[in-house]
Design a protein around this ligand. Structure first.
Ligand SMILES: NC(=O)C1=CN([C@@H]2O[C@H](COP(=O)(O)OP(=O)(O)OC[C@H]3O[C@@H](n4cnc5c(N)ncnc54)[C@H](O)[C@@H]3O)[C@@H](O)[C@H]2O)C=CC1
Ligand SMILES: O=C(O)[C@@H]1CCC=N1
Length: 270
């Protein structure tokens, strides 16, 4: 069986994975096939990445060794699984990137002892950074899958019981950072800095602070101590942050994202 990945659903996440797989030369475009109910998406993917979208789904399913389910939890997953059940090779590994939906649900819908990987994919695929969280069923082989998974970022294999938490915290994680940076830049503008200057300084500080944490191995609180002179600027600023809902608001946001992930396992067909 040749190295061939087929995507069912060619939306934003599948596209981000495809772009990285091609950039990192894990697949050639003629070894990637995609079917999407939306023909404009198929056309876009073929025009942009030269992946194959004009074959019959039954045919590509028999040929693929990896089949990625890239539709939303609310889409008709049972029908997607029925099509896979009828046409896919027994040797193919099914890779679900669907948030919330469990391996047990897929095992029931696919009704066979086949390899299934539940992947919550990294969303920073263009950067070479970011983690995908992966849980495998008893028939899936990590060595077979890792070259594909590493093709769009770092990979951490975790117990399936942790995947919803990993989704809300880790995979939705860039959201919190984007929001923080946006809010911080607005603060710079509020204080009178030109927006482009505020933007450059915020990004540089963000990258530099992460490097400081990595290089020093210090806890953030230790670095905060060094940054704050007695009765000084930093400590006065931090006092306001301490008195705000910042930490609890952020933590509630992550917990809500985790809760929504779990809810999505029961949203099929909504
Ligand atoms: N966007 C993200 O950052 C992330 C998304 N995911 C998961 O990836 C999956 C897709 O999400 P997005 O790409 O954001 O959504 P999207 O809405 O951009 O893509 C879904 C695509 O599936 C197609 N589709 C629906 N039913 C289909 C069917 N039966 N056969 C073929 N195509 C079908 C739709 O036309 C659409 O193009 C979801 O399950 C989501 O939980 C996981 C992690 C991050
Ligand atoms: O918003 C979503 O549903 C997906 C899953 C985690 C991040 N993006």
């Amino acid at each position: 069986m040749r190295n061939h990945v087929h995507f069912i659903g060619g939306g934003q996440m599948s596209e981000a994975i495809i772009r990285a797989l091609l950039k990192n030369r894990v697949f050639n475009s003629n070894n990637i096939t995609v079917t999407d109910l939306n023909k404009e998406r198929e056309q876009h993917l073929t025009e942009t990445y030269q992946v194959v979208t004009d074959q019959k789904e039954e045919d590509v399913l028999t040929q693929a060794n990896l089949i990625v389910i890239g539709v939303r939890p609310q889409d008709d997953l049972k029908t997607v699984c029925q099509t896979i059940y009828e046409h896919a090779s027994d040797q193919a590994t099914i890779v679900s990137i669907v948030a919330g939906v469990t391996i047990a649900q897929f095992e029931a819908w696919l009704d066979s002892d086949r390899a299934i990987a539940r992947v919550i994919p990294n969303t920073l695929t263009d950067t070479g950074r970011g983690y995908s969280g992966v849980a495998l069923n008893a028939y899936a082989n990590q060595a077979d899958l890792d070259p594909f998974l590493n093709g769009f970022g770092k990979v951490t294999h975790i117990d399936e019981a942790l995947i919803d938490a990993f989704t809300g915290y880790g995979v939705a994680g860039p959201n919190y950072i984007y929001y923080f940076i946006e809010s911080l830049v607005d603060a710079g503008v509020l204080a009178g800095l030109p927006r482009d200057m505020a933007w450059e300084v915020a990004l540089e500080n963000m990258v530099g602070a992460v490097e400081m944490l990595n290089e020093s191995g210090k806890h953030p609180r230790q670095l905060l101590d060094i940054n704050n002179s007695p009765a000084g600027v930093g400590m006065n600023g931090l006092h306001q942050l301490n008195a705000s809902d910042f930490a609890a608001g952020l933590q509630r946001s992550v917990l809500k994202a985790v809760e929504r992930t779990t809810e999505l396992s029961n949203q099929e067909g909504d």
